[in-house]
Design a protein around this ligand. Structure first.
Ligand code: C2O
Length: 727
């Protein structure tokens, strides 16, 4: 291992030269304060007591001056063409996906103003910002989940988010967490710099960040709304219209840029289209169907060039905020070594074939040495499990290489195999973090908090199915037969619980109500659009199957998993056939919904140990030998494989209401989420920050089946309907 000082100097140099993105420095003003007192005196929303910094780094560091990073974001609507196709997009201060960068221990003061016009179609008015991967300890109100932790920032309003960044250094992402704003572009990189020397030093000369997103030509609200209509043909009315799948994304973007229509190139430049069908990859009139080679004839179409200097080593921060797609991102002609997963150092490992599998919500830090002949190389990304999605392309360009596309044909979809569960299991915790003997500065506390996985005190099974809802004919995703519906927006769930710690118990609905098909659902079931009282059915998932049995028939409501302080919860998440688990088995003729899908499960408020994953039905005895209890990685997003299971474990040490959900937006929207209600007593001891957005007066559910007339009434005709044949 190299000396700490040398590495720090090197990294500081790298910081100065490469790292501070123009956007971040432009929108960031800094103010250094010498003491906590000075901080709280300011004109800031300083009502929340700042917690000590002892949790993840040494007290030595805590004594250092803290910096308040003041950032102002204006979120607004614009017209953009990230992949050459023009559509409305959401920008921040005129930019798509700006980088948000903070230093460990700093106070982030982010003022967000919603300048999106009130008449822009949305499935849930207002925005919120989530810091994906941050534990947000002591700050559950600023975790940013609309309806759960805060009411959204309505058009024309603003909110100041202020908290101490008490997080591990590394790569994260921020994104909108209200409605479907993520899919309109409200996502970006979030980077935490270490304060002082990093605990696990990594040597490199410069950094590059790649945001790997999927992209549609249709506005988010229209895509989401089509998933809300009745799937069951018998329930479709003229008003409601029928369920429609969003289809695969039109493009995969790398740093907000892509080539639309690139499927027109077959392997080796031929025009055979292995994974493309013409209507899906319709190219706007007047634009070349042959891309990316022909991008020169498509003015306005462009791609991302990533420049490197020969002989230098780069840390690539790979970030996936996708709505649907699990990707393999590959570096042509180069080896890459993965050094961190979801901001936590791992035992360095070479990515097979220079390709890294990254699921929605995940991040990987990889090292790439520019050790090839000076030239241009493809960085390409391929969708897994979703045939028909075109590849995304960027160019890795050596300094002094011609300003051209690579000479090799662009790699085509279907050429890279996804990682197997065995390959995924090779991602393990860094041995430096596991070495408890290392007493070096900043190490001790950080390590013990992370490395030692405690034994589970509680194990729960979460069955994943895709039921057809009896009452409405809607197709949903369910966890233990509950498809979660966003709570009514008239009061944040966290506030309800803060005001009344017994709120969940008092509002629990016995599952027996739902144990017969065609029972009259009560008012909060999906069939009813409005709940005057703002009350919503609550279902608990607990180990007490007598008191809290899961509903036998699929149902909708708020799904809560209560967790006591100090408990170590092991969750076995099991993928089942779409309609199994005593679900409603009515399958409309011709519909095939027995297939399973993969799901990236993300937990708010925590990193969790990924104890294992595999195929088939989990069996504690038979699968014991494949579990990793020695050096499991700590992550915040883990893949539940298609046809398999994943086991995760975490300790209840963070009071709050934390979402556990599939990070694929479509699945989350269709109900694949629940709320971990952690240490409710502890929540009472927190100070609720002032200045949270006011809640809208309406208690209209956003999970109800939309009818065209309701949408038309609010937003008019435009923006919602896909033209015949797709676009
Ligand atoms: Cu990145 Cu709840 O999500």
């Amino acid at each position: 291992m190299l000396g700490r000082a040398a590495i720090t100097a090197l990294q500081l140099a790298a910081l100065a030269v490469f790292l501070v993105p123009a956007a971040a420095s432009r929108s960031m003003s800094q103010e250094t304060a010498s003491s906590e007192a000075a901080l709280s005196r300011g004109r800031l929303l300083a009502q929340v007591a700042e917690p000590p910094m002892s949790e993840i780094y040494s007290s030595e560091v805590a004594a250092a001056a803290a910096t308040v990073r003041k950032i102002r974001w204006r979120v607004h609507l614009a017209t953009g063409a990230p992949d050459c196709f023009e559509r409305p997009i959401l920008l921040v201060n005129g930019e798509l996906s700006p980088v948000l960068e903070v230093v460990q221990g700093d106070i982030l003061e982010l003022t967000v103003r919603n300048d999106i016009p009130a008449d822009y179609p949305t499935i849930d008015p207002g925005i919120s910002i989530h810091f994906h991967g941050f534990n947000m300890k002591n700050y559950p109100w600023f975790d940013g989940v609309g309806g759960i932790e805060q009411c959204p920032i309505l058009p024309g309003k603003r909110m100041t988010i202020r908290f101490r960044v008490n997080e591990m250094p590394g790569t994260y992402q921020w994104h909108g967490h209200n409605g479907a704003d993520r899919m309109d572009g409200l996502v970006g990189p979030l980077i935490v710099r270490p304060r002082g020397a990093p605990v696990v030093p990594v040597k490199y000369d410069g950094e590059r960040t790649l945001v790997l997103n999927d992209w549609w030509h249709t506005e988010a609200a229209a895509l989401a709304m089509s998933l809300n209509r009745p799937f069951d043909a018998a329930r479709v009315t003229k008003d409601s219209g029928a369920w429609a799948w969003t289809n695969n994304p039109q493009s995969l973007l790398i740093n907000g840029r892509g080539f639309y229509g690139d499927c027109a190139i077959g392997p080796g430049g031929s025009t055979a289209l292995p994974n493309c069908t013409v209507p899906q990859y319709w190219v706007p009139p007047g634009r070349s169907t042959v891309q990316p080679q022909a991008s020169a004839v498509n003015p306005g179409c462009t791609h991302t060039n990533v420049t490197v200097a020969a002989g230098k080593t780069y840390l690539f921060r790979l970030i996936s905020p996708t709505a649907l797609v699990h990707q393999s991102v590959c570096f042509e002609g180069h080896e890459v070594t993965i050094v961190a997963a979801d901001a936590v150092p791992i035992e360095p490992i070479k990515a097979p074939g220079g390709c890294v599998d990254i699921n929605s919500g995940q991040r990987y830090d990889v090292l790439l040495k520019a050790d090839q002949r000076i030239g241009n190389y493809w960085i390409y990304t391929q969708a897994q499990y979703r045939n028909g999605t075109p590849n995304g392309y960027a160019v890795l360009r050596y300094n002094r290489a011609p300003r051209k596309l690579p000479t090799t044909p662009p790699p085509q979809p279907g050429t890279v195999a996804p990682w197997t569960t065995e390959q995924t299991a090779q991602i393990v915790m860094s041995s430096v973090l596991l070495d408890s003997k290392d007493k070096s500065a900043g190490g001790g506390v950080y390590r013990t908090a992370m490395s030692k996985m405690p034994p589970a005190t509680l194990t729960m099974l979460l069955n994943i199915t895709q039921p057809l809802m009896n009452q409405t004919g809607q197709l949903r995703w369910a966890i233990n037969n509950v498809a979660m519906q966003s709570p009514p927006p008239c009061e944040a769930l966290l506030d309800l619980v803060y005001e009344n710690p017994k709120w969940f118990e008092e509002n629990v609905v016995p599952a027996s109500l739902y144990n017969k098909p065609n029972t009259a659902f009560n008012s909060s079931a999906l069939g009813v659009q409005e709940a005057k009282s703002g009350r919503i059915d609550v279902f608990l998932t607990t180990n007490d199957k007598k008191k809290n049995p899961p509903p036998i028939y699929p149902t909708a409501g708020t799904h809560v998993l209560p967790l006591k302080k100090g408990e170590v919860l092991e969750l076995v998440i099991q993928n089942l056939n779409a309609n199994s688990n005593n679900g409603d088995y009515r399958v409309p003729a011709g519909a095939n919904r027995t297939a399973q899908e993969q799901h990236p499960f993300h937990l708010h408020g925590h990193h969790f140990w990924v104890v294992g994953s595999g195929l088939g039905i989990y069996n504690a005895k038979a699968n014991a030998s494949s579990l990793n209890t020695v050096n499991p990685p700590l992550r915040d997003t883990a893949t539940l494989p298609q046809g398999g299971w994943v086991v995760i474990r975490f300790k209840a040490d963070n009071p709050g209401l934390w979402l556990l959900h599939c990070h694929l937006f479509m699945h989350q929207f269709m109900g694949q989420l629940l709320v971990v209600a952690e240490d409710i007593e502890g929540i009472q001891k927190l100070e609720r920050p002032k200045g949270l957005p006011e809640c809208p007066a309406t208690c209209v559910y956003n999970g109800a089946p939309w009818s065209n007339s309701a949408v038309q009434k609010e937003f008019g005709d435009s923006g919602f309907e896909l033209p015949a044949g797709g676009r």
